[in-house]
Ligand binder design. Structure first.
Ligand code: PMP
Ligand code: GLN
Length: 381
């Protein structure tokens, strides 16, 4: 063919992981944890695999997992949902997001995303024929830009994507911000697609809350979770959506055409994981907080200016002391080549890719990995 294909780009995670491998760099770029997989959940998967069944499970997910999603949300976040009519299992949060965008957006619609934004939102929103309207949060506080949000709404606005705890900022939305967003949804007749994959990963006593738990926002919220994050196994790709019927029905129809189902043994194992007692979830939070603190202290020691982080897997550093222009992309590439440490430039999370003066590092790693990265950065500077 003489046609060229390729409206979609290569993700920054793919590009940086390749560059890291080529240079033998310590990879604090792509966000994935090391050594936190809960043994009980892995064993539940092994048992379920041996036992079967192996054929297509129910399109909406196996009942025990849908029940467990509802139970976990009620137990930890005070969210009541009917497992039969309000929960849908997907192949990771990535599929949940795609199914939601394909189901809820039509050509000509507009969708607001908050930048810096996780990279999978905009390409799929556009492939659904809609227009992405980015609204920026400003470092280092990343507070909700209320006036800019009001100004961004038009007659075509259909939804807003809300990611809390937020990748890449580490921000956890406050109760006041969520209440404001709930009123914003009602005022403009919008839906919120809430990416809550880091719901269990919050620090310093901060707790996650969902728009779905606010009565005025419940009918307008699509809440998305992921076993990849709650059980530290990002390769598993088991996600789940909680939403009222009027939203989950069209999303389930999109899910039929994307993947239809998700491996049944993994679904059953994730059901066992979600039923674990509070000690497991507290332990995960504690382990990650310790890793965050270790990396933050090492980075500060090495002379980097570290931004605050209340949730998820990431710390951001201000590079202006090292690169006057704040060219994060060039800086991240230099760090791989010269220091042997891979990071993610924050500009990757913006539509315009303009330099931000910030790079993101994943702290969810073994102590030895973090020690090596800190030592390399210390030698480099
Ligand atoms: N949303 C955010 C904010 C993420 O960081 C990730 C993890 N990469 C995902 C969605 C995708 O999750 P999953 O691996 O379950 O598809
Ligand atoms: N969510 C991970 C991150 O932000 C990456 C996922 C991916 O590689 N697509 O680093």
């Amino acid at each position: 063919t003489n046609r060229t294909f390729g409206a979609l780009g290569i993700t920054v995670f793919e590009a940086m992981s390749r560059l890291a491998a080529a240079h033998g760099a310590v990879n604090l770029g792509q966000g994935f944890p090391e050594g936190l997989e809960p043994r009980a959940v892995v064993e539940a998967a092994a048992a379920a695999l041996l036992e079967g069944p192996h054929q297509y499970p129910p399109m909406r997910g196996v009942p025990e997992l849908r029940r467990a999603v509802a139970e976990n949300g009620a137990r930890f976040f005070g969210i009541e949902a009917d497992w039969e009519s309000e929960v849908l299992v997907t192949s990771g949060a990535t599929e949940a997001l795609a199914a939601a965008f394909f189901a809820l957006l039509n050509p000509g619609d507009e969708a607001i995303i908050l930048e810096p934004a996780y990279d999978s939102y905009a390409p799929i929103i556009e492939r659904a024929g809609a227009t992405v309207v980015p609204v920026r949060l400003v470092a280092p506080d990343w507070t909700l830009p209320k006036a800019a949000l009001e100004a961004a709404v038009t007659a075509h606005t259909r939804l807003i994507v809300v990611n809390t705890p937020m990748n890449p900022t580490g921000k956890v939305f406050s109760a006041e911000e969520l209440a404001w967003l709930a009123a914003f949804l009602v005022r403009h007749d919008l839906v919120a697609v809430c990416d809550e994959v880091y719901e269990h990963l919050t620090f310093d006593g901060t707790r996650h809350a969902s728009l779905f738990g606010l009565p005025s926002a419940r009918a307008r919220t699509v809440r998305i979770g992921s076993a990849g994050k709650s059980f530290s196994m990002t390769g598993w790709k088991v996600g789940y959506i909680t939403a009222e019927r009027a939203l989950i029905e069209p999303i389930a129809r999109a899910h039929q055409y994307l993947t239809f189902t998700t491996p049944p043994a993994l679904q059953r194992a994730v059901a066992a994981g979600l039923a674990l007692d509070a000690a497991y979830f507290d332990g995960l939070r504690g382990a990650l907080q310790e890793r965050r603190d270790f990396l933050a202290a090492g980075l500060a020691e090495a002379g980097f200016d570290v931004l605050p982080c209340s949730g998820a897997y990431f710390l951001n550093i201000d590079i202006s002391a090292f690169d006057a222009a704040g060219d994060d992309q060039a800086f991240a590439e230099r760090l791989v080549r010269e220091a042997g440490v891979a990071t993610i430039p924050l500009s990757a999370f913006y539509r315009d890719k303009a330099t931000t003066g910030l790079v993101r590092l994943c702290f969810a790693k073994h102590r030895a990995t973090l020690e090596e990265a800190i030592a390399r950065l210390g030698r480099w500077r």
